[in-house]
Design a protein around this ligand. Structure first.
Ligand SMILES: Cc1cc2nc3c(=O)[nH]c(=O)nc-3n(C[C@H](O)[C@H](O)[C@H](O)COP(=O)(O)O)c2cc1C
Length: 151
């Protein structure tokens, strides 16, 4: 898939952030779904680390929301791959653009499950963060997932 992002062609920002949400198409028991997501995360962490991309993946049994940040070309290329992935569909790009700094600099791909409301309030994987900025973005992703659930 080839994507055009015409509005930022003139700028050459160092950090680019992209946020999308999608509907999961992975079938099977919750355990099988979890295993497939684990595969995605294992792959992502290695690839993202090499590509200089950081971010977070949020999911329940039906949806994903993800934030990617890193060098503009790397982020856009990766999104091109992710958007073609048959493990999800109805991918909605919610935000993309240059940012002053990373929010998830310590994670090549953090994650949180959102089917547990307690975990929502204090997602374990996100407590290792070194700043409140990541939590803010996470809250935003959570509200986006909740929003999608209502549609
Ligand atoms: C919801 C979701 C999130 C993903 N996030 C990443 C990611 O952050 N980094 C990554 O390398 N692959 C990610 N993937 C996997 C890619 O879609 C793709 O499988 C991988 O980049 C390999 O590319 P290819 O299948 O085109 O060879 C994700 C897949 C899904 C379904």
């Amino acid at each position: 898939m080839h994507l055009h992002f015409p509005e930022d062609q003139k700028a050459t920002p160092q950090v680019y952030r992209l946020i999308y949400r999608s509907q999961m198409t992975i079938e099977g028991s919750p355990r099988e779904v979890a295993e497939e997501i684990r595969r995605i995360l294992t792959w992502s962490r290695e690839w993202n680390h090499r590509a200089g991309i950081s971010g977070a993946l949020l999911f329940d049994l039906h949806r994903f929301a993800q934030v990617l940040e890193g060098p503009p070309e790397a982020v856009k290329n990766l999104y091109g791959h992710i958007a073609c992935d048959s493990r999800h569909r109805h991918i909605t790009l919610l935000h993309h653009g240059p940012v002053a700094s990373r929010h998830f600099d310590t994670w090549s791909m953090g994650f949180a499950r959102t089917n547990d409301e307690a975990a929502l309030a204090h997602p374990e994987d996100f407590q290792r963060t070194d700043g409140e900025k990541a939590e803010d973005v996470l809250k935003l992703l959570m509200s986006l997932l909740r929003e999608q659930r209502n549609h």
